[in-house]
Write a new protein. Structure first.
Length: 215
C-alpha cells in the first residue's frame, strides 16, 4: 500500500481502530489516514456537505474564518490588494472566506468539486490559495497537493485550516475523526515534511491554521 499523500510504498502501519474504521499512519510523512476500504462514496460525502449551514450573514462563522484571515492581513496590507489574486479551494456552497478576502481588495476566484467545479480556475497561479476545513476530506491528497504546488505562485502563500493530529492517546477520543467525511489527518510534522520537500517556509499561527509560503 502506498501513502495517499507522499506516495511512499510500504511505510504505513496501523494507528488506531474505532467502531467504524481503521486508521493508518505513514512513517515517511506522518499522515494519519482512513484505510481505503472505509472511504465514503461521493453520494455520502455530498449528503453530509449539504447539511452544512454556513452563510454570509453568520457572524460566528466569519469569526471562525478570521483565524485564517488574520495572519494573511500583513501580506495583503504590504501589497496593493488589487494586485493580489486569490483562490478559495474547497469553498463549499457559501464561499464566505472568498467574500471576506474580496472585501479586503483581493481578486478572488473559487473552486469546489461539488459546488463550484470551475476548472478554469485551476489553470492560473495565485498569490493566495486558501483551503479551509477541506484538506481533511481528500481521499488522495497527493493529487490535490500536487495541484496546490502548481496553483501557488512563487512567493505566494497557501493558507490551510484543519485540526491537527497530536498523538495516539488524544486521537482515540478525538471528535474530529468521527465525521465520516474526514479521512486525512495532518500533523505539524506532516506540514514540515511537505514544506521541506516542496520548497515552502511553514508557520503555525493557530492550532488549526498553517501558512505555507512558497520560496
Amino acid at each position: 500500500m502506498s501513502c495517499p499523500l507522499c506516495q511512499s510504498a510500504n511505510t504505513s502501519s496501523h494507528y488506531h481502530t474505532d467502531k467504524k474504521r481503521e486508521y493508518l499512519q505513514c512513517s515517511q510523512c506522518d499522515l494519519v489516514y482512513v484505510s481505503p476500504e472505509f472511504l465514503p462514496s461521493k453520494e455520502i460525502e455530498k449528503q453530509e456537505y449539504d447539511l452544512h449551514e454556513n452563510s454570509f450573514e453568520d457572524e460566528g462563522y466569519r469569526k471562525f474564518l478570521g483565524k485564517v484571515l488574520t495572519p494573511l492581513s500583513p501580506l495583503i496590507k504590504a501589497t496593493n490588494a488589487k494586485a493580489l489574486s486569490g483562490l478559495d479551494f474547497g469553498c463549499g456552497p457559501a464561499p464566505v472566506l472568498a467574500s471576506m478576502l474580496s472585501e479586503d481588495g483581493v481578486n478572488m476566484s473559487t473552486y469546489d468539486p461539488f459546488y463550484a467545479p470551475t476548472l478554469k480556475a485551476l489553470e492560473k497561479r495565485y498569490d493566495i490559495v486558501t483551503c479551509t476545513e477541506a484538506i481533511e476530506h481528500f481521499h488522495a491528497p497527493h493529487m490535490e497537493w500536487a495541484l496546490f504546488n502548481k496553483l501557488v505562485a512563487s512567493g505566494g502563500v497557501l493558507a490551510i485550516m484543519t485540526k491537527r493530529v497530536l498523538d495516539k492517546a488524544r486521537f482515540a477520543n478525538w471528535h474530529y475523526k468521527n465525521d465520516v467525511t474526514h479521512v486525512s489527518f495532518f500533523s505539524e510534522a506532516t506540514f514540515q515534511y511537505l514544506a521541506q520537500r516542496d520548497g515552502y517556509d511553514v508557520s503555525f499561527p493557530a492550532n488549526d491554521v498553517v501558512l505555507m509560503k512558497k520560496r
